[in-house]
Write a protein that binds this ligand. Structure first.
Ligand code: SAH
Ligand code: F3S
Length: 482
């Protein structure tokens, strides 16, 4: 995640430029990770060629699509409530068709049609190109399901349209699926095996974004460090590749070096990193290029070696901390963030204390912290009892969140007095006299607008901060990025 999007974006609808010749209306909303939001742009682009313009008004929609998340039970409950609401709207607009996309579609398959009577179409994450055919089935009065996971599909040949965005920052998918089989995680079942997208098609998409004026690209994947292009095919089949394929293979460090070198005035981020696949070559490439942001989201899930083993994370507490130490050594100004799970089965107080002490050691700038939620079909659900009482999970989670808040405040304070490079994204939510953007370390910075505009790289002298936001004044354009 891959990262979970901020709460305010959950359920966001996507609106693209209207095509004159299109007569039908599509309402599409997304939940979950950045990959889902990015996939919805691909789906809307496919449907733009099938006569659909996007709308924000669900009551006039001919087709309603919801791109869903299965990562925790709560994410699924949110979508089910939304489907109830669609049901009410269907009473006003009986011609409306409803389709479920994404991880819940993949997880529940045709069960969805039985459980949720209003659903007409169920489409898994690798079947979006089949939507035009599935819609024909629906138009002929049949329910339509395609949840086949693919060995090849990367949507590298679909040009997503992103006209509803801020026009400054965009996501570009580079890998799909995940082979890691963390025991708590549903992603390997809903997103399939890991495959990488051809570097040339990634470069072309970045070029198109550059031509449209975009200034920052986040390379996306469940596990970007595992990126490996050797002419197509699954990551797990690399062993069977020819000598020639192996000799010309491109890994993540090489891809990053390539895009950062080819687009020196475009900023790059990437998400998500997995500690077991994150190698120091990637850190060296980050250190080499000014335009690669000095920020890594490096989920750890637990600070206890014993729990990490139960989770099938392929590293110990010590190995993770050594990686973090090396990262700080090579790039002292870097920001790190974590994902943490509180109350994984068998977690003791001692394990929990290990998590807190690991957090203190790693000094993360941010964190995304969750109580363990058992997911049907995962290894943990099959082999382990969800034995930590809810109130214990909650208490441990609160302790983790409180510690992260304290660390975040200290980490944010370190910028006060410094001058940082900010890419202006949009107007500040709190004040229309201020711009909002992020520095290289991914911390939000707000400052008075002056004569600057979104898309400008500006040096900002930081005068003050809250726990998550830096406040400053612009002192000129960034020479390096303009
Ligand atoms: N690919 C990423 C994580 C993807 S899922 C990685 O390398 O770790 C995003 C986050 O959701 C995970 O990092 C984990 O913290 C959380 N998560 C996943 N499954 C969960 C579950 N069953 N219960 C609680 N949190 C979970
Ligand atoms: Fe999930 Fe682990 Fe992959 S958390 S997405 S199985 S790296």
């Amino acid at each position: 995640m891959e990262k979970i999007m901020e709460e305010s974006k959950q359920g966001q609808t996507l609106v693209l430029e209207q095509k004159q010749e299109n007569t039908k209306k599509l309402f599409i909303e997304s939940y979950g990770c950045q990959m889902n939001f990015s996939d919805s742009e691909i789906v809307a682009s496919i449907l733009a060629n099938e006569g659909y313009n996007t709308t924000q008004n669900i009551e006039e929609a001919d087709l309603v699509l919801v791109n869903t998340c299965s990562i925790r039970d709560k994410a699924e409950q949110t979508v089910r409530k939304r489907l109830d609401q669609y049901n009410n709207i269907k009473k006003i607009n009986p011609g409306m068709k409803v389709g479920v996309l994404g991880c819940m579609a993949e997880r529940l398959k045709s069960k969805f049609l039985e459980e949720e009577k209003i659903v007409d179409m169920v489409v898994g994450p690798d079947a979006y190109k089949d939507i035009p055919n599935l819609l024909k089935e629906v138009d002929e009065g049949r329910d339509a399901v395609n949840v086949i996971l693919s060995k090849e599909e990367t949507y590298g040949d679909v040009a997503p349209v992103r006209l509803n965005s801020n026009g400054v920052t965009a996501f570009v998918s580079i890998t799909r699926g995940c082979d890691n089989m963390c025991t708590f995680c549903v992603v390997p079942f809903t997103r399939g095996r890991e495959r990488s997208r051809e570097p040339q098609s990634i470069m072309e998409e970045i070029q198109q974004l550059w031509d449209k004026g975009f200034k920052e690209v986040t390379l996306l994947g469940q596990n970007v460090d595992s990126y490996l292009w050797y002419g197509g095919g699954l990551k797990k089949d690399y062993d069977k590749a020819s000598e020639m394929q192996k000799a010309t293979a491109v890994d993540f460090a090489q891809l990053l070096d390539m895009v950062a070198g080819a687009f020196p005035k475009m900023r790059f981020r990437f998400s998500t990193s997995n500690p077991q696949d994150m190698h120091l070559e990637v850190i060296e490439v980050m250190a080499k290029h000014h335009n690669i942001c000095k920020y890594i989201h490096l989920p750890v899930q637990s600070g206890s070696t014993r729990v990490l083993k139960e989770m099938n994370r392929q590293h110990t507490r010590e190995e993770y901390m050594a990686l973090v130490d090396n990262i700080y050594r090579i790039i002292p100004e870097i920001s790190l963030s974590q994902d943490m799970i509180a109350g994984f089965p068998t977690e003791t107080e001692e394990d929990h204390q290990d998590t807190l002490s690991l957090m203190a050691h790693c000094q993360y700038d941010f964190g995304f912290m969750f109580a363990y939620s058992e997911r049907p079909g995962t290894l943990a659900a099959r082999k382990l009892v969800d034995d930590i009482p809810e109130e214990v999970k909650k208490r441990r989670l609160t302790e983790i969140i409180n510690l992260q808040r304290d660390i975040s405040l200290e980490r944010t304070k370190r910028f006060v007095g410094q001058t940082v490079e900010v890419l202006i994204e949009k107007e500040s939510k709190r004040s229309n006299a201020h711009w909002s953007g992020r520095n290289s370390q991914n911390t939000t910075v707000v400052f008075e607008k002056g004569n600057y505009k979104p898309g400008d790289f500006v040096n900002v002298k930081i005068t003050d901060c809250t726990s998550a936001t830096l406040i400053g004044e612009a002192v000129g354009y960034s020479e390096k990025m303009n």
